[in-house]
Write a protein that binds this ligand. Structure first.
Ligand code: MG
Length: 377
């Protein structure tokens, strides 16, 4: 039995993790739940899974006894926890991830900003304690599945859906609204990541994530548009052989594999139906129309606190776009401007990483005025 603590249980990945847990009741036990603002959903989850511990950003009365309210730090270091699923968004997952790794817990990481902002520290902490860090992001799970039993690959090819606007001209991109951007053609995700998918910032963050997870130089990480979303990424070896991982676009598979690895078990995800004709298409990504791709790659290469600024500025700009305050293409402009204005600090210091993230949010908000936010976590 794997005893799991789930951080970010009320978000998109969190609820899908619980769907997987329902299928794996004989292998997985949910021993802790932590959620954000949606206390009604969190209390329903606690009723159903009866974890030993829970944490809520907003304190609330629990109608049933048996679960005790505690801190994130206590949850991830508790002796009754084997694995921690980090399904929070933004910088929130950073400290709990590092604490869990220090205590030798398996971490199933869905919060990509953790690696983007503090990749060096996270990987170093994992290797020092010997803790397993397993990617939940579908692309990185695909790569991870492809390299099992292989020498290190020579190249990583991240596939991207291209989002809803992949064939829009720059003029058309100027006109798109938040509602259009939220209508992702294939994946069902939270609103922040859906907008990131439309700007392709999501793929940019995944380039940085891949650099750390697989120790791959930036120049050996490529991005291909793959509209069918069946190939979740590929690796190329030195002899030119390419391996791909295919499955239905359903996060349940990568969540499940992170929890059951090295075993494969029947579970929540359905297999690919092969009884119909299929075409798989691939084309290069256009970073002129989707500048976030290049901004992310450059911020990754510049390292230091630039990736933290990339994350903080993007999160603030996406929030402004969702509120209708700025246009779609202003997201990249705001991030670019924040990166330009930033005085970089030392990325081996967690406080300076978090300060850079905070500085970037303030920078973006100061330029466009603060907004009242009720965003999900
Ligand atoms: Mg992904």
């Amino acid at each position: 039995m794997t005893r799991v603590a789930l951080l970010g249980s009320t978000g998109s990945i969190g609820t899908q993790t619980l769907r997987v847990a329902r299928h794996l009741r004989d292998r997985v036990e949910i021993v802790a739940l932590a959620g954000g603002w949606n206390t009604r959903l969190l209390s329903r989850q606690i009723e159903e899974f009866r974890p030993r511990m829970y944490h809520s950003v907003v304190p609330f009365e629990l109608s049933s006894a048996g679960s005790c309210q505690t801190t994130l730090e206590e949850i991830v270091t508790d002796e009754h926890v084997d694995a921690v699923v980090v399904a929070t968004g933004g910088h929130v997952g950073l400290k709990p991830t590092l604490a869990a790794l220090r205590h030798g817990k398996r971490v199933a990481l869905a919060n990509k900003e953790v690696l983007v902002m503090a990749g060096a520290q996270v990987m170093e902490t994992a290797s020092r304690s010997g803790a397993e860090l397993i990617p939940v992001d579908s692309e990185h799970s695909a790569i991870w599945q492809c390299i099992r039993g292989e020498p290190p690959p020579h190249r990583i090819i991240l596939t991207a859906s291209g989002g809803p606007f992949f064939d829009y001209s720059s003029g058309q991109l100027d006109q798109v609204t938040a509602d259009e951007a939220l209508a992702h053609p294939v994946w069902s995700m939270g609103s922040k990541i859906t907008i990131d998918s439309a700007t392709m910032m999501n793929k940019g963050l995944e380039i940085i994530e891949a650099r750390w997870l697989f120790e791959m130089p930036y120049d050996q990480i490529d991005v291909l548009i793959h509209r069918e979303c069946l190939v979740h990424s590929m690796v190329e070896f030195i002899d030119g052989s390419v391996k791909a991982q295919l499955s239905m676009p359903d996060m349940a598979l990568s969540i499940q594999y992170a929890l059951t690895y090295p075993d494969r078990v029947a579970g929540a995800a359905s297999p690919l139906p092969w009884d119909m004709a299929r075409t798989l298409s691939f084309e290069p990504a256009d970073s002129d129309r989707f500048p976030c791709l290049k901004l992310a790659r450059d911020a990754g290469k510049a390292a230091r606190t630039y990736p933290a600024v990339l994350c903080g500025a993007d999160e603030a700009a996406v929030e402004l776009f969702l509120h209708g305050t700025i246009g779609f293409q202003d997201i990249a402009r705001m991030v670019d401007s924040a990166l330009d204005a930033h005085e970089p600090g030392d990325a081996s210091d967690l406080d300076s990483i978090l300060a850079a993230d905070e500085w970037a949010r303030r920078y973006v908000h100061d330029r466009y005025g603060t907004i009242s936010s009720g965003s999900e976590t």
